[in-house]
Write a protein that binds this ligand. Structure first.
Ligand code: MLC
Ligand code: AMP
Length: 506
């Protein structure tokens, strides 16, 4: 029999134990693999009935719940394109995504229904349905009475399975189109590299609207017929409650920073665990070492991004080097180049990280020029991350070529925040930077020059931004200066600002 090409069937062929829990919630609800199959079939029928055709987008902004994962699978089964949206996005942020992606169906939390339905009506979106955290909402009401089997729509390996929006350093957010093959190949590579088996039980405390929590963590579990302990969010008490039943955890560095501050973290508490993975932002070598000293576990750091899924990983068996992100995963090529020319640099030199492989996305939704600009003629994707490869072949990320702040694993693009601040009456100009933050890794910080005579204070700036920006993007501090340091080209020297405010949060 020929191998399936679509992600759902590539995952489902591994579900040999259908009675096994796919996930268990903190309050003890168990969703078995049989439930996953039947629940996602019912949701697939509901989507098809709402007119979702293969290739149509289904945009989802719901709180984390088991059904939200099933909805992702249901989208795959009807051949739709799943479009997850950060729950923190405001309505004005959502408007852009919906008008750009033109979904057939939008699914939101019941609390957001009224406002989103109005927006959908204005944008011509066919259906605005709801999904709550207690198996409730209008989508579930439609799905409940549907058959528990669904004859899936055939999908080719390079058909689009999901679109995830990533902001750009300039201009509009870009929708990264991820194919069935992108997601399946990455799940398989990680499962093998991290020695994942059906015996694994993952602590899942990440949000499920980004690559890390949705694909890396969830798809690897589904690929292996493994289980997860499904937590609504990161909470140290909950982590320690479930850890005696778990074998693996995946988190952003903030998880580990918080865990090492907790006196409960020790050898005993982690003795049932076999693997701790960190990614989405740099893990400080100091955090890595402290964690090892306290638990005997060396955190395995890996490196990825929305457009590519996971690119590199520290080894399972060899040295997990603090401050390094390891080796390219099997099947993925990585090189370091001279940013302007794309010429490969000798090993050890710092340059642009470029990657190529089955994990690399198909392009940006309806943006052929932007897509072309981020690929080399020989097919390598230009990540925007600066790095080097050491003598032992480990990749190190040493900085970013892109003007990006990563706060607690969330990307914040300064340009977006600067545009909002510049629009506040009394502001002449602004520069947004990331500076070291003990909890979030980097703290979003705004530096503002006021117009002559404008008497704005920090609270005025923050107040004016409320409701316009998702809360994680809000500047943690606003600093005022008379003028910016500039280079001879007139460009604001953000490196000088970062030095000036480097100790703001310490
Ligand atoms: C929450 N807040 C943040 C924040 N998260 N501020 C800055 N940065 C963040 N990351 C703000 C809230 O808006 C709120 O502000 C206050 O902090 C407390 O909110 P909270 O909900 O209690 O926060 P908390 O639960 O502690 O969340 C912190 C966190 C969470 C780090 C646990 O942000 C998180 O789970 N991050 C993971 C992000 C992630 O999954 N990234 C993967 C991207 S994929 P106020 O003002 O209301 O008090 C990717 C590719 C790859 O990058 O390689 O993986
Ligand atoms: P996103 O666009 O949200 O997927 O974020 C991807 C970016 O996160 C990458 O381009 C890197 O800049 C950063 N990133 C992910 N993992 C790591 C890591 N382990 N170390 C340093 N940076 C990382």
């Amino acid at each position: 029999m020929s191998q399936p090409t679509d992600l759902f069937n590539r995952l489902a062929q591994h579900w040999t134990d259908r009675a096994k829990p796919f996930l268990t919630t903190l309050d003890g609800r168990i969703v078995t693999y049989q439930d996953v199959d039947e629940g996602s079939a019912r949701l697939a029928h509901a989507l098809a009935e709402a007119g979702v055709a293969p290739g149509d987008r289904v945009a989802v902004q719901t709180e984390k719940s088991p059904e939200a994962v099933l909805l992702f699978l249901a989208c795959l089964r009807v051949g739709a394109v799943y479009l997850p949206l950060n729950t923190a996005y405001t309505l004005s942020e959502i408007e852009y995504f919906l008008s750009d992606a033109e979904p057939t169906v939008v699914v939101v939390s019941p609390a957001k229904e009224a406002a989103t339905a109005e927006l959908c009506a204005r944008l011509g979106v066919k259906h605005c349905l709801t999904l709550g955290t207690n198996s409730d909402g209008s989508l579930m009401a439609r799905a409940d009475s549907k058959p528990s089997t669904f004859a899936g729509v055939p999908r080719a390996a390079d058909d689009i399975a999901a679109i995830l929006y990533t902001s750009g350093t300039t201009g509009r957010s870009k929708g990264a189109m991820l194919t069935h093959e992108n997601l399946a190949s990455n799940a398989q590579a990680l499962a093998e590299y991290w020695r994942y088996t059906s015996d694994d039980v993952l602590i899942h405390a990440l949000p499920i609207f980004h690559v890390h929590g949705l694909f890396t963590a969830t798809n690897i579990t589904l690929w292996c017929n493994a289980s997860m302990l499904f937590l609504a969010k990161f909470d140290a008490d909950d982590i320690f409650t479930v850890m005696p039943r778990a074998t693996t955890m995946m988190g952003v560095p903030t998880f580990y920073v918080r865990l090492i501050q907790d006196p409960r973290l020790n050898h005993e508490a982690t003795k049932h665990m076999r693997l701790f993975v960190s990614g989405s932002a740099p893990l400080l070598a100091e955090t890595h070492r402290t964690f090892t000293a306290r638990t005997g576990h060396a955190i395995l750091e890996r490196y990825g991004m929305t457009e590519t899924g996971m690119n590199t990983s520290n080894p399972y068996d060899g040295d997990r080097v603090p401050g390094a992100v390891g080796f390219p995963l099997p099947g993925i090529s990585l090189r370091v180049t001279e940013p302007e020319t794309g010429h490969e640099l000798p090993q050890g030199e710092i340059g642009m990280i470029e990657v190529k492989g089955p994990n690399v996305f198909k392009g940006y939704w309806r943006m052929p020029e932007k897509t072309a600009a981020e690929f080399r003629p020989d097919g390598y994707f230009i990540t925007g991350d600066l790095g080097r490869i050491d003598d032992n072949g480990y990749v190190h990320i040493v900085g970013r070529g892109k003007d990006l702040v990563i706060s607690g694993g969330y990307n914040v693009y300064p340009k977006e925040i600067e545009s909002e601040i510049d629009a506040i009456p009394g502001v002449l100009e602004s520069a947004v930077i990331g500076v070291p933050h003990p909890d979030f890794g980097e703290g979003v910080t705004a530096v503002v020059v006021l117009e002559n005579g404008a008497g704005l204070a920090e609270a005025d700036i923050v107040g004016a931004l409320k409701g316009r920006l998702a809360t994680f993007k809000m500047p943690k501090r606003v600093m005022f200066v008379d003028a910016f340091p500039r280079n001879t080209m007139g460009k604001v020297q953000k490196n000088i600002l970062r030095d000036t405010y480097g100790k703001l949060y310490s």
